[in-house]
Ligand binder design. Structure first.
Ligand code: I6G
Length: 750
């Protein structure tokens, strides 16, 4: 490519990229997929690196240009960045409007321009001859910090103005903010890396813009809305503020799509109410609405008072964050047994209501935020969201502030509280017994995919529990129609129907029954695997951890270490350890991979060097054998713990007096057309969930198992099937797809 060709192509690519940016950020209407944008960007980067003499400051590739600096320089605002008068209720809003009309001598309604007030950071950008030359924060209104290098990294900020007719010098004002989705993602990443999270999007935006290294800012998801002009040289702007904003948009400057003219104070109040309702669905935090007299001529008449214009006001929403004191921390038990710490607060008015409780989520959060009883904390309540403690004001911590301790016993039922290692959530182990979990346990038990008790929905379960007719699962089978008929909105017929439906559920498949018990973490597939493996509920209830997972070999000895140990003895024979302890001796031999902790583990396991030398690789290599498909350590612990609870055993025994789980396919099979056939389901199906497919096959008498063996009739594979299909191919077993499955169920194949 000649230099001229490169110049032409570079110019074309820059135009394209600027257009795509404009369509994406300003018009909200991208015309090409992201991949095409990326492709253009890469091509431009390549051409510019081949032709460095053609690089310009405002090329889209140069957003992150500057080196990190030691401090921010200063920016003087020729036209000061003013502040806004605030108001907080309808009365104050009406006062503002009255003052405006009185000053203007206008009896009729004034036209206002309404815009959301973003909770971000005010900035002023200067464009000279259409090029971005400078960006500063508000600072004290006259002098701010020079954040040009950082603002250039914000993709929504054009480095060059578009279109035509822009002023030779344009100072344009806007609010830099962090979209909520980007904020969540940023915090999620920080959490994953164990780094500090940002308290709210505003702090995140401010922290991101005030980075001395623009590369850091570049990685932060910032955006901007422009809301006004400070100075425009050489161009007459329209009289209407909203028309000015339309101009800004034409020049490629992003303006808020929620902006709108409103008539008089009633129009303002309607808009304010409307936006308050919309607030939670916006992708950015707002803290109120700004109303401005739309006409510049009228604004000029009104003028300024102190440092605020008389023609504008910010009508704030109730604050969503306030400070208060943590009086105590209590633990609530949720329907799944999870213990949630709740801060009891000195009542505080926040987000439009008085808040006296706020969630602390879990023990990890308490530790991360270091919340103590007695602390002054910032509490946030946004929209309908549950109030939460956001952060602690450490300077105000009293000397007698107390740490929060996780209780050892469930505050509701007194059962042991368990918090598996490495998990944030602590749970009550009371399961079927704990009143806090009872309702949900019963709802789950009755549900369609569990015992499938017709007509026993969530509402009815609530009624039965509230009336004291059902306290545990077994009570369902003791219900009498006469008592049920007494419930509100329940006639005799419905009561009989319910009792009949409960009766009809007395012979579930073992898999459904296990699933219905609601053992933490045991879903339908696991329940089925357990049913197939144990064949009997009492055998499952008696199982120990070793029946699910078994550790073989020696701790810390992986395959490589096992191999080097065996290799060492093959090569060197039996060394003489003398009087040395086995661990010490092993460590001194210099066997590759045998570190101190490996030597300790080997010494614990073997009586002497002779026994170790005689051990084969099998006896050394540490492997965790999972005996039931899908049941790893955590689930195994959950299962053993569930059945170890006296009260769960008691309910189970009572249940088994009424219910007879069936180890094989359900006796209610609609036909036995597929009797004797065994299928394995794998991958994701489009038209069924796996449990549904299993149910349909079982209804025709087929067995559905979790692993492929010589007895498998066929493997039915959906998308992304994994190793089961490979195994089927190896064993020469037929593999069917979803269409084949449909044909099978419809009776067209077998
Ligand atoms: O801080 C501000 C946020 C939003 C503003 C503002 C605004 O309009 C939507 N408008 C003015 C005139 C000022 N500050 C001074």
């Amino acid at each position: 490519m000649t230099e001229d060709d490169a110049r032409e192509r570079i110019a074309e690519l820059r135009r394209l990229i600027e257009r795509y940016n404009h369509e994406y950020y300003v018009l909200d209407q991208p015309s090409v997929p992201d991949a095409e944008y990326d492709r253009c960007m890469r091509e431009l980067e390549r051409l510019e690196s081949e032709h460095p003499e053609l690089v310009t400051e405002d090329s889209p590739t140069r957003r992150v240009g500057a080196e990190p600096s030691a401090a921010f320089g200063e920016v003087r605002h020729d036209v000061p960045m003013l502040s806004l008068e605030n108001c907080f209720d309808e009365g104050e809003m009406r006062d503002f409007d009255r003052r405006v009309r009185e000053r203007l001598g206008q009896a009729g309604p004034v036209t206002y321009a309404a815009e959301p007030k973003l909770d971000g950071l005010a900035v002023s950008l200067r464009y000279e001859d259409g090029h971005l030359v400078r960006a500063g924060t508000r600072g004290d209104g006259r002098t701010g910090e020079d954040v040009t290098a950082n603002v250039r990294t914000i993709d929504a900020v054009p480095l060059r103005l578009r279109g035509e007719g822009w002023p030779a010098v344009l100072d344009v004002r806007g609010e830099v903010y962090m979209p909520l989705a980007g904020f969540e993602a940023l915090n999620e990443r920080a959490r994953e890396r164990g780094e500090k999270t940002f308290v709210n999007p505003r702090n995140a935006a401010a922290g991101s813009l005030r980075q001395l290294d623009p590369q850091v800012t570049d990685r932060r998801p910032l955006s901007i809305f422009f809301y006004g002009v400070g100075r425009a040289e050489g161009v007459d702007l329209p009289d209407s503020h909203l028309e000015v904003l339309a101009r800004l948009r034409d020049w490629g400057l992003r303006v808020c799509p929620e902006r709108r003219p409103v008539e008089g104070v009633n129009g303002c109040l309607d808009y304010h109410a409307e936006l308050a309702g919309k607030r939670d669905s916006l992708d950015y935090d707002i803290d109120g609405v700004v109303f401005k007299v739309d006409s510049q001529a009228l604004r000029d008449e009104l003028g300024f008072v102190a440092r605020a214009p008389r023609w504008a006001i910010a009508y704030k929403f109730p604050a969503e964050e306030e400070l208060t004191r943590v009086e105590d921390v209590e633990f609530q038990v949720g329907r799944t047994g999870a213990l949630t710490p709740v801060a009891r607060l000195e009542p505080v008015f926040v987000g439009g209501v008085t808040v006296s409780n706020a969630t602390l989520h879990n023990m990890d959060e308490i530790e991360r935020k270091d919340v103590r009883i007695g602390d002054t904390v910032s509490v946030r309540r946004a929209g309908d969201v549950i109030p939460e403690v956001v952060s602690v004001v450490r300077e105000r911590r009293p000397a007698d502030a107390r740490k929060v301790e996780l209780p050892e016993r469930c505050p509701v039922c007194g059962s042991e509280v368990i918090r598996p290692e490495g998990e944030a959530v602590a749970r009550c182990s009371g399961g079927l017994y704990c009143p806090a979990q009872r309702r949900e346990a019963i709802k789950h038990f009755a549900s369609r995919r569990a015992m499938d008790i017709d007509g026993l929905g969530d509402k009815l379960v609530e009624q039965l529990v509230d009336a004291g007719l059902v306290e545990n699962l077994a009570d369902l089978y003791r219900l009498e129609a006469e008592a049920v008929a007494e419930l509100p909105r329940m006639g005799e017929k419905s009561a009989h129907n319910l009792v009949d439906a409960i009766d009809a559920s007395r012979r579930p498949t073992l898999g459904r029954f296990i699933f219905a018990l609601g053992i933490p973490g045991v879903g339908e597939e696991n329940a089925q695997a357990l049913a197939e493996h144990f064949g009997d509920i009492r055998a499952l209830a008696r199982a120990t951890r070793d029946d699910f997972v078994k550790d073989r070999g020696v701790r810390h000895v992986g395959p490589k270490t096992a191999e080097s140990i065996v290799g060492y003895f093959d090569e060197h024979g039996l060394p003489d350890c003398g009087d040395a302890e086995l661990a010490e001796c092993l460590e001194s031999l210099g066997i590759p991979n045998v570190t101190g902790r490996v030597a300790e583990a080997l010494a614990e396991r073997f009586d002497g060097i002779g026994a170790l030398a005689a051990a084969g690789r099998e006896a050394l290599e540490n492997r965790r054998e999972v005996k039931v498909a899908g049941i790893g350590e955590v689930l195994a612990d959950n299962i053993v713990r569930f059945f170890a609870q006296d009260h769960n055993q008691e309910v189970l025994e009572q249940l088994l007096e009424a219910v007879e789980p069936q180890a094989e396919a359900s006796e209610t099979a609609a036909s036995d057309r597929l009797a004797g056939k065994t299928y394995v389901l794998t991958g994701s199906l489009e038209r069924f969930t796996r449990p549904e497919a299993r149910e349909r096959l079982e209804a025709l008498g087929a067995r559905v198992t979790g692993s492929v063996s010589g007895r498998t009739t066929a493997v039915i594979a959906g998308a992304d099937p994994g190793s089961k299909v490979d195994k089927a191919h190896k064993l020469g077993i037929e593999v069917l797809d979803e269409d084949d499955l449909l044909a099978l169920l419809d009776g067209e194949a077998g």
